[in-house]
Design a binder for this molecule. Structure first.
Ligand code: AMP
Ligand code: GLY
Length: 418
């Protein structure tokens, strides 16, 4: 089969790496891809958000299957457009991808279907939002409704901080129109866990659980990023917690979306907090998380194309695959300054040596005059396995040692921060 993957980050590299292992995949393409993805797939020069361009390219080049990995094209309805053109596609349709694209929608869905999450109110008027913050007190969480690249969330320690955040979102439009509606919610406490789950509209099968490290610096300090590293599985996610999550969160979410006429086919990202009252949903995303995807897919023993096909066709209960009885650690090597300002175009050395003891997924790289150079905030995801979590963490750090580029930044406490 000829398969096209849409996207260009570490997540898409991990997906391409795994799909390339499927005997059914005869030709693999990625749009737009990056320098590392180019080792597993042929890169195609179409932007991930160019819905018409992607449909045209897939049709003209007779793709048998398209995997839409990032949130933006999903929210734009790329899967709907591909399917309408007769091209089978993996990922939720626009009406289901809304669980990520609108926080107000997903909070409403959880309330209606009694899925545990933080108590909240939604506001479109600043005065009312400010009065609510005053009445509730701090700590309190203020969120822009729409996609804001993970930056539209402020966990405010004081009432003043919360009010400033609400003003910036609603009045100053710091996140554009995505801040016209804000969700203000109760602050939860407890370890944060990611569970990615395959869903086929009806059935849901959670993958091995994982844990992201969102802050830029050691000790969970510094600004929020897309994720500085991931481990799988995290020790806090016990079999008892898993059972509760399945019964109280995963199955009810998939059933709720089906009942609402928005069957979810694809990967649901459950951002969970294990609070003293039990597991609760922090957020839903409509896709694999990154870097979680790199750690999780490294542990998959099975044919990813078969799983993707089953998600689309509603036969997820019938596919045979397993999770390795090992642990994984993905260490992100980032550009100095990320997630704020950083430079691009630095040559990267040591990739071949690192690749001998781990899989080095590329997140933000490109090729310039035959040399692989940095091209994004998150540059690489060095991903290693081990028989224990400690071993996987040690292996990832050891494998990353030979890699260097100017201003390289990484956390030294992945797997030890919580
Ligand atoms: P989100 O984009 O909704 O995932 O939020 C980003 C981060 O903010 C999460 O990963 C949490 O660490 C934090 N967060 C979001 N909502 C809450 C909440 N209700 N209580 C505590 N922390 C939260
Ligand atoms: N690592 C967090 C995310 O993908 O949203």
């Amino acid at each position: 089969m000829k398969v096209l993957v849409v996207g260009s980050g570490g997540r898409e590299h991990a997906i391409c790496w795994k799909l390339a292992q499927s005997p059914k995949v005869t030709e693999l393409y990625c749009a737009p891809g990056n320098a590392g993805i180019a080792q597993a797939a042929r890169c195609v020069d179409v932007k991930a958000t160019d819905v018409d361009g992607m449909v045209n390219w897939a049709r003209d080049n007779a793709m048998d299957f398209v995997v839409v990995a990032p949130d933006d094209p999903l929210a734009l309805g790329m899967v709907d457009a591909l399917e309408a053109a007769g091209i089978p596609a993996f990922g939720p349709r626009k009406n289901a991808a809304v669980i990520e694209a609108s926080k107000a929608f997903s909070k409403e869905l959880m309330k209606k279907h009694r899925i545990p999450t933080a108590k909240y109110e939604t506001f479109t008027e600043l005065d009312k939002a400010l009065a609510y913050i005053e009445a509730q007190g701090a700590p309190i969480v203020v969120k822009a409704d729409g996609l804001a690249l993970g930056k539209g969330v402020v966990v405010a320690a004081t009432v003043d901080e919360a009010k400033t955040a609400a003003r910036e979102m609603m009045e100053d439009k710091k996140f554009g129109e995505s801040g016209s509606t804000v969700v203000i919610e109760e602050c939860m406490t407890g370890p944060e866990i990611t569970v990615l789950a395959f869903a086929d509209g009806e059935h849901v099968r959670p993958m091995v659980p994982s844990q992201d490290h969102k802050r830029a610096c050691d000790g969970n300090k510094g600004p929020n990023t897309g994720g500085m590293g991931a481990i799988a599985p995290p020790p806090q996610y016990t079999p008892e917690v898993a059972k509760r999550c399945m019964e109280e969160i995963f199955q009810p979410t998939v059933a709720a979306l089906k009942a609402e006429g928005r069957p979810f086919h694809g990967v649901i990202y459950f951002g969970l907090m294990l609070t003293p009252e039990g597991p609760k949903v922090v957020e839903y995303n409509a896709r694999f998380g990154d870097p979680e995807c790199q750690a999780v897919l490294s542990l998959l023993d099975g044919d990813l194309l078969d799983i993707f096909t089953a998600c689309r066709e509603g036969t997820l209960d019938q596919v045979d695959y397993r999770w390795k009885e090992q642990a994984a650690c993905c260490l992100v090597l980032a550009s100095g300054g990320y997630p704020l300002e950083y430079k691009k175009g630095y040559p990267i050395s040591g990739l071949d040596e690192a690749g001998r003891s781990a899989v080095v997924f590329h997140a933000g790289t490109t090729e310039k005059d035959g040399q692989i150079v940095t091209n994004g905030g998150r540059v690489l995801g060095v991903t290693a396995l081990g028989d224990t979590l400690e071993q996987a963490i040690a292996n990832a750090y050891a494998a990353a040692k030979p890699i260097s580029f100017p201003d390289m930044h990484f956390r030294t406490d992945i797997g030890h921060a919580f």
